[in-house]
Design a protein around this ligand. Sequence first.
Ligand code: SF4
Length: 457
Amino acid sequence: MTMTQSDRRYHITTFGCQMNKADSERMAGILEEMGFNWSEDPNEADLILYNTCTIRDNAEQKVYSYLGRQAKRKQEHPELTLIVAGCVAQQEGEKLLRRVPELDLVMGPQHANRLEDLLQQVFDGNQVVATEPVHIIEDITKPRRESKVTAWVNVIYGCNERCTYCVVPSVRGVEQSRNREAIRAEMEELGRLGYKEITLLGQNIDAYGRDLPGVTATGRHLHTLTDLLYYVHDVSGVERLRFATSHPRYFTERLIKACYELPKVCEHFHIPFQSGDNELLKAMKRGYTHERYRQIIEKIREYMPDASISADAIVGFPGETEAQFENTLKLVDDIGFDQLNTAAYSPRPGTPAAIWDNQLSEEVKSDRLQRLNHLVSQKAADRSGRYLGRIEEVLVEDVNPKDPTQVMGRTRGNRLTFFKGNIEQLKGQLIKVKVTEVRAFSLTGVPIEKTELVPLF
Ligand code: SF4
């Protein structure tokens, strides 16, 4: 079997977070460089890759059911190549091969850039498991990106924190920052290709640069996220910058000031708080208090009163009392998030909290989740209200899947916005839109002018 046959087709199914999506785009880029073509239908593909996630139980179950179907197909089509990548691969390793012997390759997230080497071993007739920690080699591959307008750029891999509910440190390894020249070069290439918005990505992006050499006279690391923003903000063609995910423990006023000063950095902050109760934050080993979290938001609002704030929160963590849960409700009520990703705690194998004996019942967890979600929608609707009648800049990304006469995009504050228009003409453009309708998590408006004319896609 040769690896450059152009009639070979691949399909990737991605579960989970933005890091996984970015990894999938890179692996798709590698496969295309190798001569594979995308197949929309997995059943037509010669190579299937599941990029997996362990955070939610149902994602993990889905992987097994998809995999089971393809393993059956492989019994009739032995030339089919089956790959499991991502967090389930990292966590289960060899065990996956025992459970699904039809698998050809099991690879952890740190190995994404090595896909071609690993596949070479598979095509040489081996069953391969690649889950050992590696030093991530600088990424010279070209990702196949889903969007032509917005892109993610990894700036740091891994996480050195030890939050007691989280599998990331054990599956993604220790923090490894990319050097700023490589990040800028990737962004310049994206700018040349016509991308308008870039989100810098890391599981704990505030840790960026801690592992890179160099400190200032006062002992501060030379290459922090703040320094990186100043270093990359003028990349030509790129109009908007975002970054995620922030950790309250490391969020600095210097960073807030940079976001205020740099016009391309959007006034949108995603800072997970997880719980509004100090005892629980301690049990989660998050390393901050709700008071500290509130101070950060206050500081952001001092500099940028209109900034939008989003976060992640967990309810039903082991031992959470009703009063402790109410502290989370109180924080949500006081802050007024523009958006909040909520989840009922679900024990992940290999994490400390999974084996504690003070787990809560599913009823309690789902009741709390519902109550929190109810409050979140109310608060998000309040926050949306401020947009009514305002003129917002929207970066047009796509057609509204529910109404083909409308296009959709995001405001700088990350609100999804719809308005009438032709996607062929508007894709990738920044359009001023007057907001005429507001809902909790989206807006509708009318375009008032084009802020610029750019080549259409
Ligand atoms: S900081 Fe985020 S990625 Fe790191 S251990 Fe905590 S929850 Fe997981």
